[in-house]
Design a binder for this molecule. Structure first.
Ligand code: GDP
Ligand code: MG
Length: 175
């Protein structure tokens, strides 16, 4: 490929405390860091070697407030990770609302954007409140990708989700 490296914007959305910041930092740095400012929103950049080509990945770790303007990430993103915690049913219900809203937004768009539903914190299996089948059914309903993962263990598990959406976004954006 000649010219500029392909770039992808990935937005993480979901309820407070589900691990959006932990997953972002894990993907960017391969480390699990326990504590973040819960109000912090930020965008981070990473280069990936994609079959010998440079790919630039920007990750927006969002933090929605009650009346915040969602267009800041809706317009920006080439792919969405909608995150909930398998240990907290309420966060799954919040994820359902994001699935609906993002899918409605994308219906009015020319472009295709991959959406992945992500059940986080599977290292806390003993506190599970949301069955894996419920997650996969919700994802199927919206024709989305589904993964259960944890930010607290192997990097490869987190990487897999990001690589999957990059692969699909690459297909949508560059063919
Ligand atoms: P955010 O509000 O969605 O950005 O959530 P954070 O990334 O700040 O995470 C909230 C809390 O959950 C923090 O105490 C994290 O250390 C913890 N956490 C995040 N992901 C995981 C995970 O996969 N496993 C466990 N055990 N804790 C997690
Ligand atoms: Mg956060």
């Amino acid at each position: 490929r000649n010219g500029a490296s392909p770039e992808f914007n990935i937005a993480l959305v979901g309820a407070l405390g589900v691990g959006k910041s932990a997953l972002t930092v894990k993907y960017i740095t391969r480390r699990f860091i326990m504590e973040y400012d819960p109000d912090l929103e930020g965008t981070y950049t990473k280069h990936e070697d994609w079959d010998g080509h440079d790919v630039i990945v920007h990750v927006m770790d969002t933090c929605d407030k009650e009346d915040s303007d969602h267009s800041r990430y809706l317009k920006w993103a080439d792919a969405f990770l909608i995150v909930y915690s398998i240990t907290n049913r309420q966060t799954f219900e919040v994820a359902r609302v994001y699935m609906e809203n993002i899918s409605n937004y994308l219906k009015g768009q020319e472009r295709d954007c991959p959406v992945a539903l992500v059940g986080n914190k599977i290292d806390l299996e003993r506190y599970r409140q949301v069955n894996k089948s419920e997650g996969s059914e919700l994802a199927t309903e919206y024709d989305s990708i589904f993964y259960e993962i944890t930010a607290a263990e192997e990097y490869e598990l987190v990487e897999k989700v990001f690589h999957r959406v990059i692969q699909e976004a690459h297909h949508d954006k560059y063919g």
